[in-house]
Design a protein around this ligand. Structure first.
Ligand SMILES: [Zn+2]
Length: 422
């Protein structure tokens, strides 16, 4: 078979090979390293992966693109399984207030916080939102990311704005080299007009909005912010069950601040993943392990909020919960698209070993999006989504932090990013 693209002389090739399923327990630390590796691609698929030179039967000609990865580290294209990609505005003006000791609720009461993003998102045109999200996607791609999940959720009562966000994400999925997978998160905050009467808003989500999203095939997932003062466990249960009935796959922002029983709920409902989990109880972690719910941890958010509390990644790995890592890119609690930085934070703050981290941003992140049979590891027959980093090994990539290690990004077998001046 003819190779259209070959990556050769790879110092450290991290394949994450094995069965197409989330890695838990000790398997979370198995990165499938090949030293002096080589990868061959035909069109958008991987046709060979191994050591040294290409075997007989894999041909190259003058049209084959050959990339020399001498001294470099190659991984599956990174996957960011939790972002609030599409939104209007930014909230840097809240930084001096935060530093002066104002709490989130005080900033919110002064018209800031999530409601200011909601207003900016409502005001922004489709074109404005598209351009802003496209710029963020380009940044993500430059950090080695090839697939991104994108949530709606800044409509906060305005279904029209929710639809605008989702349609921007879906158009970017068609136009941009990266894959963007949409999540409907109409239950992100309780709209002002429903304060004290949030069950009525939940009814609206269940009876009107979720069926509409599902019927028009606008999103794959449905997510809820299950938190004290936002949506209760009972309300979240109703919303997620409605999502399931309508054919949307449930996810949940669970136990981010308070230990409310969100992790237990995620397991009970059969959510594909539960996110944040800083306050997840021991029972919640056990339940998630039993049901195979993936933990999507967001160490950049904990770093940015500086509350001093962290998700218990070690406990989750010990209890056989598959852990994925994500940016949570959003304008409030984590304004960064840099998944490489999150890898360092996962390692230093959550005490995850580098191999556990790379599994968390590849196969486990893919599994959190239900696409582990196509991407998330480098194997014959899988999609040629590949990242090449200018780092001699994985440990170096995570240890030498705050810079961009990306050399080249390949999506569907095509080079979509190369570092300038390479
Ligand atoms: Zn989030």
């Amino acid at each position: 078979m003819k190779a259209t693209l070959v990556i050769e002389n790879i110092k450290n090739l991290l394949t994450i090979r094995g069965k197409n399923r989330p890695r838990k327990g000790t398997q979370q630390g198995e990165a499938g390293l090949i030293e002096n590796g080589i990868v061959a691609v035909n069109d958008d698929k991987i046709i060979y992966i191994g050591k040294g030179a290409l075997p007989d039967g894999i041909e190259i000609d003058e049209t084959t693109i050959v990339v020399n990865a001498e001294g470099k580290t190659v991984t599956p294209g990174l996957i960011d399984p939790h972002t609030h990609l599409v939104h209007g505005g930014s909230r840097e003006h809240e930084l001096p207030m935060k530093l002066a000791g104002k709490g989130y609720l005080e900033i919110l009461a002064g018209g800031g916080g999530i409601h200011s993003t909601a207003r900016a998102t409502e005001k922004a045109s489709f074109e404005d939102l598209y351009k802003k999200a496209e710029k963020s996607l380009n940044t993500m791609m430059s950090y080695g990311v090839t697939t991104v999940e994108a949530k709606s959720g800044y409509g906060i009562g305005s279904f029209e704005t929710e639809l605008k966000q989702i349609e921007v994400a879906n158009k970017l999925n068609r136009d941009h080299p990266l894959d963007i997978i949409s999540t409907f998160m109409g239950a992100h905050a309780v709209p002002e007009e429903y304060k004290g009467n949030s069950d009525l808003f939940v009814d609206k989500l269940i009876k009107e909005q979720i069926p509409y999203i599902a019927e028009k095939n606008l999103a794959k997932f449905c997510d809820v912010f299950c938190e004290e003062g936002v949506f209760s466990v009972d309300q979240s249960r109703r919303i997620l069950n409605a999502a399931k009935i309508n054919g949307l796959i449930p996810k949940v922002h669970a136990d981010e601040i308070v230990s409310l029983g969100g992790a237990e709920l995620a397991a009970e409902i059969g959510c594909i993943s539960a996110e944040h989990l800083i306050g997840a109880s021991n029972q919640g972690i056990e339940d998630m392990a039993e049901k195979g719910t993936i933990a999507v941890l967001l160490p950049g958010t904990s770093f940015n909020l500086q509350k001093g509390t962290l998700a218990r990644a070690r406990k989750m790995i010990e209890k056989n919960v598959a852990v994925a890592i994500s940016t949570d890119y959003n304008p409030g609690s984590c304004p960064s698209e840099n998944l490489q930085l999150m890898m360092t934070l996962a390692s230093l703050t959550l005490k995850m070993q580098p191999e556990e981290v790379i599994v968390g941003v590849t196969i486990n992140a893919a599994a959190a999006l239900g696409i582990e049979d196509k991407v998330g590891s480098l194997e014959v027959g899988k999609k040629a989504d590949i990242a090449i980093f200018d780092a001699p090994n994985l440990d170096y990539m995570i240890y030498h932090f705050g810079i961009n290690h990306t050399d080249t990004v390949i999506k569907n077998g095509k080079i979509v990013y190369t570092r300038q001046g390479r």
